[in-house]
Write a protein that binds this ligand. Structure first.
Ligand code: ADP
Ligand code: MG
Length: 238
């Protein structure tokens, strides 16, 4: 099958990726699936930002990432592209695949923005189903959606409510956890919620944590959720 051949080729290319330096300058330089390439092209994303150039190769290799770069530096694609590729290569999308990726964002508005970007770059040949779980609908409607989707974009309090109250919500298939805007997650007082969410998830997952600032509280959160993380921090030249 064509997809099998593509996955085998991607696996070979990913294991040959150079993660030690900033070798890559554009998305076209990276071993990405054809649906992801098509989505990036349709959205006119070509050159990599600094955080993307450093974090995406490591994340494609399966590493946990603790990434810090200022607002506006392109962190959303730095985690969405690896999420799409993880699911594609594992064939973890489709009706029976279960919930494979969870993207946690501190606010409804930020979660909705991530969802829009996911929709823009993910609708050109990928087969995943995605949903927003931010308390915008009834618990019952969100619960029904959660049994069908492969990628959830959510706020901490609401997803924890589902994890702790919803009988039959399985997270056994979860492969990737993203914690976005980790500094704001901490500022808004969600540490306990995130710690509790992490307790529900399979320990052999990949975790990608991104933040605009590096603070003590962010490293506290990282210590509990990440495994042997690669630190990727992009600073402005003074
Ligand atoms: P952050 O999360 O770091 O604040 P975003 O992911 O929201 O940053 O991206 C900020 C802006 O930069 C968005 O408008 C996004 O579309 C744009 N952007 C991100 N990556 C690229 C890229 N590789 N090329 C061009 N524009 C990009
Ligand atoms: Mg952001």
């Amino acid at each position: 099958k064509r997809e099998t051949a593509e996955i085998e080729q991607l696996e070979r290319a990913v294991s040959a990726l150079d993660t030690s330096s900033t070798t890559y300058t554009s998305f076209a330089d990276l071993p990405l699936s054809s649906p992801t390439r098509a989505g990036l092209k349709a959205a006119h994303f070509a050159a990599l930002t600094d955080i993307q150039a450093r974090a995406i190769p490591l994340a494609l290799r399966g590493r946990d990432i603790l990434g810090a770069a200022k607002t506006g530096s392109g962190k959303t694609l730095a985690f969405l592209v690896p999420v799409l590729e993880n699911l594609f290569r594992a064939r973890a999308s489709g009706a029976d695949a279960g919930l494979a990726a969870m993207i946690v964002s501190p606010t409804r508005e930020l979660a909705s923005q991530i969802f829009e970007v996911l929709y823009r770059i993910g609708r050109h040949g990928h087969v995943f189903a995605a949903g927003l779980v931010i308390g915008g609908k009834s618990l019952k409607e969100e619960r029904q959606a959660l049994t069908r989707i492969n990628i959830v974009v959510c706020t901490p309090g609401r997803i924890l409510q589902h994890l702790s109250q919803t009988a039959g919500l399985s997270v056994d298939a979860l492969r990737v956890l993203v914690l976005d805007e980790a500094d704001r997650i901490m500022d808004l007082g969600f540490q306990k919620d995130v710690d509790a969410i992490v307790e529900y998830l399979p320990p052999d997952r990949q975790t990608l944590l991104f933040s605009a600032t590096q603070t003590r509280r962010v490293s506290d959160l990282a210590r509990l959720s990440l495994k042997d993380p690669e630190y990727v921090s992009v600073h402005e030249e003074a």
